[in-house]
Each structure stands twice: as C-alpha cells, then as structure tokens.
Design a protein around this ligand. Structure first.
Ligand code: ATP
Ligand code: MG
Length: 363
C-alpha cells in the first residue's frame, strides 16, 4: 500500500523558486518510481516578496499548513530591500524554528573523492561528518533583546537542561544510525568551551550523562577553537559533532567552505515532531533570474528530507532513495561537466538539475 506524505513547500525569494522547481521535479519523479510512498506538495505563501505585497511574512494559515505537514521543504527567503519595520531581515524560517521547537540544526559536511575543495586532502581521503547546532538558545537566546546602555552591552548565553537533553539524545541517535548504516564509527564529540564558561561545563555534564546510555558508541569532547583547527587539518576524523548555537553557526560556515561553497551545503532543523529542510545559503538576489543558481544545496536538502522521513516512518525505500539522490549529485559533481559557475563550471541551474535526473534514471 502506498503511503502519502504531505510536504509543505516554501518556494522562497530571489533564487528560491529557481532551485525549488527542479528539486520538486526530482522528488516527484523518485516518488512516482517508488513502490511504497507518494509525496503531496502544498505551497503555503510566505517570504519577503509576500511581506512586501501583504505585510505578512508568514501568515497564520501558512504556519498551520507547515505544522500539519509531515515535513517542510524551504528554499532561501529574504530580500535586501525588504525588511520588517524594526529593520531586521524577513525570516519566516526563524519563526518556524521557534514555533515548531526545532532545536537541532543538522549540517552534514561531505566531500567525496574527486570533488574540489580548498583543502589539499591526502589521496583517498574523504570527509563525511555531521555538525549538530543547537538552534533555539545558547548565545542567540537574547537575539534582538540584549541590554544596551551608553557604556555597556550585554547578551545572555542560555543552556537549558530540557533542550540540551533532547539535543544530545538526538546526536547519539544519529551517530547510532550512521554506525548501523556504515557511514561512521559511532562517535559523538561535544564541542564547547567548558574550560572557561560555567554554562559549557553544564552543557558537557549533560552530554556525559546522555553518553552513559550508549555503551555501543564513543563519546568525547573538544574545545571549539581546537575543533576549528581540526576541521581544516584532519576533517576526516569527525563523525557527529554537537555544539551550542553560536559555535555551530560559525563552524557550519567553515563546513560549507570545506565542501566547496554554500551552493553545496544542505541543512535540516529538526525537533521532536517537525522538521524543516533548506539550503544553508540565502536568496542570492545578485544572481536571481539568470539561471546561474546552483540547485545542489536545495536538492541535497530534499535528499535529507527523504532520509529523515524514511527513518521516522520506518520506510527503508525512502531512506534508500534519499541516499541514492545524494550519491547522484555527488556523481555529477565529481564528473564535473554539469556544474554551475560557483563551483567552477559553466552549466545553468536547469542543466545541473537535469544531470542529476539522468544520473538517477538513465542507466
Ligand atoms: P543570508 O543573509 O540570507 O544568509 P547572504 O547575504 O549571506 O544571505 P547569500 O544569499 O547566501 O548571502 O549569498 C552569498 C553569495 O553566495 C552571493 O554572492 C550569492 O550569489 C552566492 N550564492 C548563494 N547561494 C548560491 C547558489 N545556490 N548558487 C550560486 N551562488 C550562490
Ligand atoms: Mg548569510
């Protein structure tokens, strides 16, 4: 029997719609070719252009559609000249993260043999680790609400037991899945600054308590500064990294750099019941409408969605389709003819996306 999953699709601003269209086409083709699952796409309005037209960046009805969906697929949102009245950027993705309590920001960092990277990796070395960034508190807790007087400004670093325990449980579960599927050795590293901040000592203490529940996995710690160094010097050494919000913000851009750029970096924001999948990059208004956008980060986010749905609903066909899709993109990147300008090619968005379809469906 075919199971149908409803997907809330936010097409976004700038290059958003240009990279979402081929992504949906690929997902539709994969689900049509599957035996067990179907995808139903809904497109609730949201974003900066919608705000400019209506004064709402994420209407309540769109939030409801997202809340009721099995998963949320989101393209880049925001435009430089459209802002909220207080001057901040239009960011419905942050409203979703808060409302749906998406505490785990998942940033896979992968680089297969044959792909270009700013690093000179030793022959045969590949990168395949996952950075998990706490996404609801940490140093972003007072975002926009810090205290500023004439001579001082203060922000708060919040580490709560509730969120940290869920975060670490998520990290160890992911490491276990990776171990079971042969992707990693089953190791979780807590990235902090526990030598200086009591909040991080607390963070680490909860990490250790969670680690004790997984005798089949390895747990260790690293300071964030050393982690930045090792991400450049021996990035093949990591499996699952879990860290605070601001540290994760910075390290995930470093991770995107290792992979060869923002156009290749997918992400997921995951909670207990909901998940949003989106590229790490913004709406790139400078190249919108020219067919230059790299669709791979968006398509890779779709692959992550399939894997997540497959694991959550015990549907191995979906999980496999997610990894097949990721591998098809990696094949196209390694082959090198059908890649966009940002990663050294000359192909258009359409040609790059079609090459992925060919890798999937043309034997
Ligand atoms: P945000 O604040 O939303 O993160 P940003 O201003 O930091 O946005 P992006 O929109 O991510 O920046 O763009 C940064 C640079 O990377 C731009 O020059 C943009 O053209 C380029 N870029 C981003 N995404 C892509 C993509 N998918 N394909 C090609 N180039 C991209
Ligand atoms: Mg940015």
């Amino acid at each position: 029997m075919t199971k149908t999953f409803s997907i809330a699709v936010f097409h976004g601003d700038g290059i958003g719609p240009e990279i979402m269209a081929p992504t949906l086409e690929i997902l539709r083709r994969m689900s049509e070719a599957s035996n067990g699952y179907a995808l139903r796409f809904m497109a609730p309005p949201a974003g900066a252009a919608h705000y400019a037209a209506t004064g709402e960046s994420l209407p309540a009805a769109s939030m409801e559609t997202a809340r009721n969906a099995d998963a949320i697929l989101l393209s880049a949102m925001g435009l430089p000249d459209v802002r909220y009245e207080d001057g901040t950027e239009i960011s419905p993705q942050i409203d979703l993260r808060k409302a749906l309590k998406l505490f785990a920001g998942v940033r896979p960092v992968r680089l297969k043999v044959g792909q270009k990277s700013p690093l000179n990796l030793p022959p045969g070395r590949e990168i395949d680790f996952v950075l998990i960034r706490e996404s609801t508190e940490g140093l972003f807790y007072t975002q926009g609400r810090g205290e500023v007087t004439e001579n001082e400004a203060r922000e708060t670093l919040l580490v709560s037991r509730d969120v940290s325990e869920k975060l670490f449980a998520f990290a160890f579960a992911l490491a276990r899945t990776r171990k079971e599927t042969g992707r990693g050795p089953g190791r979780v590293t807590c990235v902090d600054k526990a030598n200086v901040f009591r909040a991080f000592a607390f963070f680490r203490q909860m990490f250790d308590a969670e680690a004790a529940k997984y005798p089949d996995l390895t747990a260790d710690h690293a300071y964030v500064d050393a982690t930045a160094l090792w991400m450049v010097q021996k990035p093949w050494d990591f499996d699952v990294l879990v860290t605070e919000n601001m540290f994760g913000d910075i390290l995930s851009d470093l991770g995107a750099g290792l992979m060869g750029g923002l156009g290749l970096a997918p992400s997921a924001d995951i909670g207990l019941d909901h998940a949003v999948f989106q590229p790490c990059h913004g709406s790139a208004p400078d190249i919108a409408g020219q067919g230059l956008a790299n669709p791979f980060a968006m398509i890779l986010s779709g692959a992550m969605m399939l894997e997540w749905l497959g694991i959550k609903h015990a549907d191995p066909e979906m999980t496999t389709d997610g990894s097949r899709l990721r591998e098809a993109i990696e094949e196209v990147i390694a082959q090198g003819d059908a890649v966009t300008r940002d990663i050294g090619g000359t192909a258009s968005t359409k040609i790059a996306a079609n090459a992925v379809l060919d890798a999937l469906f043309v034997a």
